[in-house]
Every structure is written in structure tokens, then in C-alpha cells.
Design a protein around this ligand. Structure first.
Ligand SMILES: [Fe+2]
Ligand SMILES: [Fe+2]
Length: 217
């Protein structure tokens, strides 16, 4: 990716005095002062939903998102890191297929597409906007730009002959992109951003992200 050369710039430009831009007095569309508690609101909503006879599909979404949140420790960055790990495992399953297993490849690409869509939706609807609001625009724009290439790889693989000799090399390239993208999020951008926020602000991001994840479950 041509844009990977920007990593050094990003690191330099986003270090330093960010806390002054994100004081606990900040109020915004994220309403950070409004306490969110990760999975807890989802579990409460689940109980409420059951009580009023909410549709089974919504209950399933609540359960799925709450389960993922709890499994990851309930914090937004941990949930995303767990999803990165699960996504890379899906790539490895695809890379283990043979050229004559075209139906299996088609099915695995479908599950990969679903997982990447949900993950990207959570980041694009909550985490990246929160980064921009905290003046981490360079990082947010770079990461969202790479999400565009994620869609491009999915498009290529879905429209490619699954028995083609090009299939696995394309999957490997795609996996490399995802791995590097996830590493940047997990090792550079997210820890720095999380540490600059208060506990309440982080809880709010977790809560908002879980709501968006549920929409895609
Ligand atoms: Fe991302
Ligand atoms: Fe991510």
C-alpha cells in the first residue's frame, strides 16, 4: 500500500500533547460524560427486550454482541483486537484449502466478508470519528483509506474463479494488508488514543461501538 510510508509521519504527528484536546470537559456527539459500561447496557437491554417480547432476531443480536464484548473483556480496543485475531484465523482456513475446494472457498470468503464488514462498520461509525474529534485525523483517514482496499480485495476474490492459481496469492496479499492494518491499530493508534481518554470516555466508546456492532450482527 502506497500509504504505508505515512506511518512514520503519523507517529510523529500524533504524539505529544493530545490530552489537551481531550479533556474530561469535552462534550460532543459522543457525550463522553454519559457513563457507558461496555457489555452491561447490552445485557440490560436484552432483559428489557425479552420482557416486552422484542423480536427473536434482535435478541440474537444482543446476545451475540454481548458475548463478544464479554469474551474480550468488555473494552472497545480489546473487542477489536479479538476480532482481528478471529479474522486472521479465517484467512488461515482459506489458505489451507486446495484449488478443487471451490465451494468451500466460496463459503469461507462469505464468512470473511461478513466479519470484515461488521468490524469496519464499528470502526468507521465510532472509533475513527472519535479519533478525528480528538485531532487524530491523519491516523483515522489513513485507516479508513485502507478499509477501501479491504472492500477491493473482497470484490476481487468474490468475482474470481475460486479454482484459479491466482486465488491463494491474492488471499495472501489480502491477509498481509489486514495484518499490517491491525498491527497499526493495536500497537500504535488504539493504545495511544485509549490512554488519552478518561475511563468514562472509553466506556462510552465501548457502548457506542457495541450498538453499531449489533446492527451488523
Ligand atoms: Fe480498521
Ligand atoms: Fe480493526
Amino acid at each position: 500500500m502506497a500509504t504505508r510510508n505515512e506511518t512514520g509521519t503519523r507517529t510523529r504527528t500524533t504524539s505529544g500533547t493530545k490530552k489537551t484536546n481531550r479533556s474530561s470537559n469535552d462534550r460532543s456527539a459522543f457525550s463522553f460524560g454519559d457513563k457507558g459500561t461496555g457489555a452491561a447496557p447490552l445485557l440490560g437491554a436484552l432483559a428489557a427486550g425479552a420482557a416486552i417480547g422484542i423480536g427473536a432476531n434482535w435478541v440474537r443480536k444482543f446476545v451475540q454482541q454481548a458475548s463478544e464484548s464479554l469474551a474480550a473483556g468488555g473494552e472497545w480496543d480489546q473487542i477489536l483486537a479479538l476480532e482481528h485475531k478471529a479474522t486472521l484465523a479465517k484467512f488461515d482456513l482459506i489458505l489451507a484449502t486446495e484449488d478443487d475446494e471451490t465451494l468451500k472457498r466460496t463459503a469461507l470468503i462469505k464468512t470473511l466478508h461478513y466479519a470484515l464488514n461488521k468490524h469496519a462498520h464499528q470502526e468507521e461509525q465510532v472509533v475513527y470519528p472519535a479519533l478525528r474529534q480528538a485531532n487524530e485525523t491523519v491516523d483515522a483517514d489513513h485507516l479508513e483509506h485502507e478499509h477501501g482496499y479491504v472492500k477491493t480485495y473482497l470484490y476481487r476474490l468474490e468475482n474470481m474463479d475460486k479454482g484459479s492459481p491466482e486465488f491463494l496469492p491474492t488471499v495472501r496479499e489480502f491477509r498481509d494488508l489486514i495484518e499490517e492494518h491491525a498491527r497499526m491499530e493495536e500497537e500504535q493508534v488504539y493504545p495511544r488514543f485509549k490512554n488519552s481518554l478518561s475511563e468514562e470516555q472509553n466506556a462510552k466508546i465501548t457502548s457506542l461501538m457495541n450498538k453499531e456492532g449489533m446492527k451488523m450482527s
